[in-house]
Design a protein around this ligand. Sequence first.
Ligand SMILES: Cc1cc2nc3c(=O)[nH]c(=O)nc-3n(C[C@H](O)[C@H](O)[C@H](O)COP(=O)(O)OP(=O)(O)OC[C@H]3O[C@@H](n4cnc5c(N)ncnc54)[C@H](O)[C@@H]3O)c2cc1C
Length: 418
Amino acid sequence: MCADTATREVREGELYDLIIVGGGMVGASLAIALGDSGLRIAIVEAHVPGVETQPTYDDRGIALAYGTQRIFSALNVWAEIAAIAEPIREIHVSDRGHFGATRLRADEEGVPALGQVVTARALGQVLVRHVLDAAALDVIAPARVMDFHDDGGEVQVEIERGGVVDSLRCRLLVAADGGESAIRTQLDVPVVQWQYGQSAVVTNITPTQPHRNVAYERFTDTGPVALLPMSEGRCAVVWTVRDAQVDAVLALDDDAFIDAFQQRFGYRLGRFVRVGRRTAYPLTLLRARESVRGRVAIIGNAAHTLHPIAGQGFNLGIRDVAALAEVIGKGHAAHGDVGAPDVLARYEQWRRGEQRNVALVTDGLARVFSNPLGAVRLGRNIGLLAMDLLPAARHALARGAMGLAGRQPRLARGVPLD
Ligand SMILES: Cc1cc2nc3c(=O)[nH]c(=O)nc-3n(C[C@H](O)[C@H](O)[C@H](O)COP(=O)(O)OP(=O)(O)OC[C@H]3O[C@@H](n4cnc5c(N)ncnc54)[C@H](O)[C@@H]3O)c2cc1C
């Protein structure tokens, strides 16, 4: 879907309940969640909302956890995503060349699939279509939020589009503007942040043997490799390499890349025969120490950017969406002010714990499983083996991977908002 501009007529000084900055996966999901709420909502996106132009909707494979599927089902979007998704029925976790391994199975967890894999591009097509179709949403794009001022009662937002700056007002400003969030920066919100010195090389690859809907997470001495089942027998690859090696890996031609990846992954799926275009993403951990300041809420990658090893970034972000949509609905019903301190305090208290825990676990996995030291390797192999032998531990891991741990918002329980 591509349009030159999606901007609806907006009037200078207009007062919205909510302005969402960023129409990436998280901002678009929030707009869809609240599209029918009766609130006055605008969503501002820097790019024309079309998959060819919006870099956030690129070719990376995204594993959507079972909990995310339930949220999209409650939003009436799942049927369209299911049509373009490939189910994960088993996750196989192993340490390459060592004894430790464990398997998580959908049938053991009593669910049809542990998750589903889509490309960000295809997911973007569905989300953008729903955002553009929602008559009650003002989509302002391509346009950029340049500045804002929170005076305690409302937020004044300066929006630039085609060289013209408009000033809009809102009760609540939601920063869904990604890892480099200018809104978070302008608020001077402190962050915990570091670079891993690693990049994720992403592509798709076709093995000679069928993937049988198994996702592989293999830990190697240079970093983790994930292989996710996709349509037409292909697999999405996320290969973590040290930054110093990225240019060399990207410079490999198809045959040389296949050889190098085959050595990393091994022959569990036979030989790899075809590979797609390669893209690299530098890997960072970022966690904002506050996700609420005044009348501003920070969600998705703007609040937490994770190593993709466990495929948790968007899955965590959409649970922010489900919780924020729920507290906004309650706040609106209670006193009509969706950006009031009690509403945002409820959101922050609800989400802080899970955001911190998922960031800690993801970071721990990235470090422990990239560590070549013998003692660390032995410890993680014993851990994997123990996990394989202990159904309760496996079940806890599976529930975390499916996004079902902790207090679940209504949407995550598959229940629509009031
Ligand atoms: C290689 C890789 C693999 C991944 N795999 C998985 C996975 O398997 N599962 C999973 O759950 N997650 C995964 N992730 C994470 C996932 O991609 C992100 O968590 C998700 O894309 C974050 O979405 P977002 O909407 O918060 O931010 P973004 O996608 O960054 O979107 C931000 C949007 O805001 C817009 N914007 C920014 N500033 C402004 C402004 N001032 N005015 C207007 N608009 C603005 C931008 O144009 C952009 O469209 C992966 C990430 C990578 C890099």
